[in-house]
Design a protein around this ligand. Sequence first.
Ligand code: PGA
Length: 248
Amino acid sequence: MRKPFIGANWKMNRLGGQSTEFLERLSAYAKVQPEKEIIVFPSMPYLSLLSQNFSDFLGAQNVCHTAGFAALTGETSVVQLKDLGIKYGIVGHSERRFSFYENDDIVLQKATNMLNENLGLVFCCGESMEVRKEGSHLGWIESQLQGLLKSIKPAAAKNLVIAYEPLWSIGTGIIPSLQEIEAMHLHLRSLLHHAFGEEAASDVRILYGGSCNEKNAKDIFSLPNVDGGLIGGASLDWNTFVTICDAL
Ligand code: PGA
């Protein structure tokens, strides 16, 4: 049985005090909702502060493609995340791919570093509107995932979470239809089955991300192959976010 998962991707938002206050509320909420896994991805400078009390609820928005220590100004190593007790990292987000020129090779190196250190990996994939209009979105997603699925062992699949985030939906208020979401998640599930076998693949959570909010969450989360969400803008307000968590 897969544990439902909600990620709050705060991107470059919030200061330390607000982040602490949110995590205090979240840790109280998690005590009464232990059947859900809820992870916050705050801005990097606050990970250290927040990890002192809330490491069970923390993920990193980014990690370096090089493992261990290295002369790489401005980067964060997976071993430093592990040292802080961080549970997850996001890799392959479209904002990293487009604004920071991360290609599939870099994304795969980052993902491999996370899995080698036994950390949870939230691997994002998603097509542009152009690709969707052409009707090649299923093949597009398959090509984004193929390096990862070829390189990881079925035993590591338990640390993998896939987030389907159509680019045209991130931060736009536009979402695919429920049928389109389910069709893509079903496709992802079958790719996982093919790569890892049925048992290991059935442990992998598949999240929907892209303009998921307190109004549409219940319908999206009720789809058979949706195991939760990766929430951006709607995770910044506690009341909105908790409504989304309640919908799971
Ligand atoms: P959004 O962002 O919920 O603001 O669309 C989701 C994401 O980028 O992970």
